[in-house]
Unconditional design. Structure first.
Lengths: 445, 445
């Protein structure tokens, strides 16, 4: 296009200027490289998390009008020395080692581990049907696979993750002494996927691990061959006292309506396996890039655009809760909130928890967004960290990239920088900046 | 969905059955693993290409009604021992090595290489303006980057690739003794990208290489610092006598209109750098998978579905030409032809060279295709191998996956199996099978 001053431009020209800016001069990729390869993983309470806070603040200081740290206490769970697990060999056969990792928040078995028979179930319902007589003293093995036929892989995740989140307490109520969960992955693969469990207060805390999908199949077959086999696992994870941490907040102050806040963010913490590249380093650097795009184009938004890098999404959501609490106490007005936490992949659309009027408004922008791969605005969504803002009855929006590759890496050691494409990352930042520019221009309906 | 017999199913149910089948039982990924890691690269005339023909025929024999090899003579260009290139150090400074590779089809420099001053240009037009006085005896360096702001990366490629294809003969006409071309890549990176040049019969054949984008920038800066610098490169590539090779053809014979052929294919040859995973192993195994899906679902199409794995797309298109020639001589009727040659990435749509009536027909199927990521049917396209079928005035269709990552790997040593996602590969096969099922059901308008 010929040069058009931003303020005189049509919606389509504005959106094009935004994408041109990020595709030419975007810093997301460079930022992500630093965050993932120099800081590395950054589980809540870890030194990596503290380093990430300082790094993000320093980078944002270069581009934002105001940057501050919002204190929040977070859990401090540590994995300890590496897990060990095997199917015990019987009749002089060798033990068969399997790939496992402790679930986030789990208690450890301690030295010596636990050894028991295994009861395989496909669901919490099946567990309840078997009952305490069958379960007591055993290890429960939750082995319902994610449904590979669901095109949106997050739907497949939501259809299986109850086993990981609720399985341990459900099994403990029936007297189980440990839990093994099939990893939340769609492929036959060797990496176990970690992720949070949720201990209920009325159930004993028993140790729980994820097993790789390939070894879940192996264990299932071994149980068919020898139902009374013994399984062993040893974990050294533990929960230490809570730690002081921070949400990192930065804003460009609006020129006309500075009290109207458009929020964009991701979560700065990650699991301790891999480097949190897609989950959610990508969402953090893309949110930072939204501000940089404005600076690069020399534009001041009418409304305040605020970046929030939340702490502790993975195992507690303390940052998201604290942010919403503070916003309420200060009487802040959020016009809309956008979260990027589905990976740094190529654009597909935005998911929304919003009024029909706002959905219609976004649909009216489809002609200017579709050339950049954004065409799907039909799904419910938002994001975990911005979820607590639902009390304000504002549009909660999730940046929705393509989901096909997400669970190849999610919560595993494979979630590293080399899995991210520079252009896909840049495009995602452009998508959020474009939507924010349109909301800034027209307000919300 | 509940089980529905295919023949009684709605369009949406049929398409869902197809995707479920490939997502559950797809063989594309396993086939691609073998083709790329066991056969490896397969440049026309190479032993790899011959192996690939035999392998594909054997695999297709298991699923098709008929499989045959269609003879075609192909060029046999070989790279020879590894290229060497550097910016010569002056005033006792060291030589600066740079990453290059010979362009496909280039003559070699032979031992001793060539050494000359470098004239940098941004276009063939600029070369012509400089003229023979300035060019004679020098190396021409074509250094116009691909335009990163074009969302469809193939548009950026088309806007730059004239330098690689036509640059060598254009430079030779002005007396140049060698050509260096900036690699066709969008990122700052270290890998050179090969690809075919086209020597014109009226120009001397001079040696030509691609240089990595990062080293193109380095060379450009070095020329600013020292315009008279000397550049050295040595290549040992050569063109051997043509070799007998084959297109691999397999079909499921139609139950009602067997003489009406719906073609689906990709090209079996690849460049000799990398393993031709995305280009175009992916398109080959996805085309094979279309037949397997029919077998897996126990369906016989009404029309004949024919898979063609073309030989020699990369440096000659002999396979595509021979196929069209034979089709004409036999008086075959092709109803439509689909090619997959844009990588095994997540679906976006189909490009078409077709009548408005056919475009409208495909648009009418959008509601059943969009849930699988297929929403963009607006672009002109098709495929190189099926291009020669344009004389039959039939719809030529290109499967159009997302293009953001394609030029990260294209024609480099990075085009390997690990860059391919199983689900994205399966989805692409499903897309083509779905479109073919709809064409088979309704014919073409």
């Amino acid at each position: 296009m010929p040069f058009v001053a931003y303020s005189q431009a049509s919606d389509a020209d504005e959106v094009q200027l935004i994408f041109n800016e990020t595709l030419r001069n975007g810093k997301s990729y460079e930022w992500l490289k630093y965050l993932t390869t120099q800081v590395g993983h950054r589980l809540s309470g870890s030194t990596g998390a503290a380093e990430a806070v300082n790094w993000a603040k320093a980078e944002l200081d270069n581009i934002a009008d105001t940057v501050w740290l919002q204190p929040v206490m977070v859990p401090h769970w540590v994995r300890g020395i590496e897990e060990d697990a095997y199917i015990k060999g019987s009749n002089k056969k060798k033990n068969i080692p399997v790939n496992v990792c402790a679930l986030g928040g789990s208690v450890g078995t301690g030295s010596g581990g636990i050894t028991a028979k295994v009861v395989e179930v496909k669901s919490i319902e099946e567990l309840a049907q078997l009952g305490s007589n069958r379960i007591k003293g055993n290890i429960v093995f939750f082995n319902r696979p994610m449904d590979v036929t669901l095109v949106r892989t997050f739907d497949a995740y939501m259809g299986a993750v109850d086993q990981r989140a609720m399985g341990p307490s459900e099994a403990a109520r029936h007297g189980a002494i440990g839990v093994v969960v099939r990893s939340m992955g769609l492929n036959a693969e060797d990496n176990p996927h970690t992720g949070a469990l949720r201990y209920e207060s009325d159930a004993p805390k028993i140790p729980a691990i994820a097993i790789s999908t390939r070894h879940a199949d192996l264990l299932s077959q071994a149980l068919k061959d020898e139902p009374a086999l013994q399984f062993y696992f040893e974990t050294h994870c533990e929960t230490l006292p809570d730690v002081q941490s921070y949400n990192v907040i930065a804003e460009l102050r609006g020129s006309e309506y500075p009290e109207e806040i458009i929020l964009v963010g991701g979560h700065l913490d990650s699991w301790d396996l891999g480097d949190g590249a897609h989950d959610d380093g990508a969402g953090c650097v893309q949110s930072m890039e939204v501000l940089r795009i404005y600076k690069g184009l020399g534009i001041t938004p009418k409304r305040t655009v605020r970046v929030v890098l939340f702490m502790n999404e993975e195992n507690g959501l303390a940052g998201g809760r604290e942010y919403a609490l503070q916003a309420e106490q200060k009487g802040e007005y959020h016009m809309a909130a956008i979260e990027a936490d589905e990976g740094g992949f190529t654009p597909r659309g935005f998911s929304m928890t919003a009024s029909q009027e706002f959905r219609n408004q976004v649909m009216s922008w489809k002609p200017v967004l579709e050339p950049y791969g954004l065409y799907d605005f039909s799904h419910e969504g938002g994001g975990a960290d911005i979820g607590p803002l639902s009390k304000f009855n504002i549009p909660l929006i999730g940046y929705m990239p393509d989901s096909q590759r997400y669970f190849d890496y999610h919560h595993t050691k494979e979630d590293t920088f080399d899995k991210v494409s520079k252009r896909e990352l840049d495009m995602g930042a452009g998508c959020m900046a474009a939507l924010i520019a349109l909301i800034d221009k027209y307000g919300t309906q």
